[in-house]
Design a protein around this ligand. Sequence first.
Ligand SMILES: [Zn+2]
Length: 226
Amino acid sequence: MDKKENMNLIEESYTRLFPNQELPYTTYLEYNKRLADFNANIKLEVNHLSLHLNLQWKDIDKEIKIGLVQSLILKILKKRTTTPNIDLYNNFIKQIPLLTPKTETDPILEASFHRLNEQFFFNQMEKPNLKWGKDSHRKLAHYNFHDDSVTVSTLFKETPQEILDYLMYHELLHKKHQFNHKNGRSSFHSPAFKEDEAQYPQYKDREQDITGIIRKKKRVRFWNWF
Ligand SMILES: [Zn+2]
């Protein structure tokens, strides 16, 4: 690892973000394999800023990485703004699904994907990675841009097909619509997304089915559905 280059990456990201300020932190940057694909995290302790990036970031263009680091710095400082580098970074994130190898699948999820691809996407959607998550009612299903994957809670392994399909449909719409980044904020459920979602037959009934399934699980206090 080139220590000097890494120091410059954080410093350069910061000073381009706040041109009149000097970086007020000591810094640490590490690439590792522990983090998930294209993941990264940042920590600020007193005045020490540490960054951990998945090894995959190592060979990515520096201008894109500066956008990533700037996004993380803004997050931790709870500030919102955007920069040309952050735009580059967001565009890069949107490309990741195209570049990601498809290695994970499952017969039940795959059948659901194919039904939906035919019914709603003219069979034009490329199959993402498909996997079962934990038996968690907090996170029912999730689309992850970083590894182009749909994860569905095992809670839905034995529910009626139309319920699983509705969940899957929602997640595939995330793949289709991606996200909009405006004024330093990413939005995932755009009006166009919601319009597409409402195309699912009796989608309001399906929403209720899902709420019902969740309610049956006694200890549930809340649930997230991304
Ligand atoms: Zn969603």
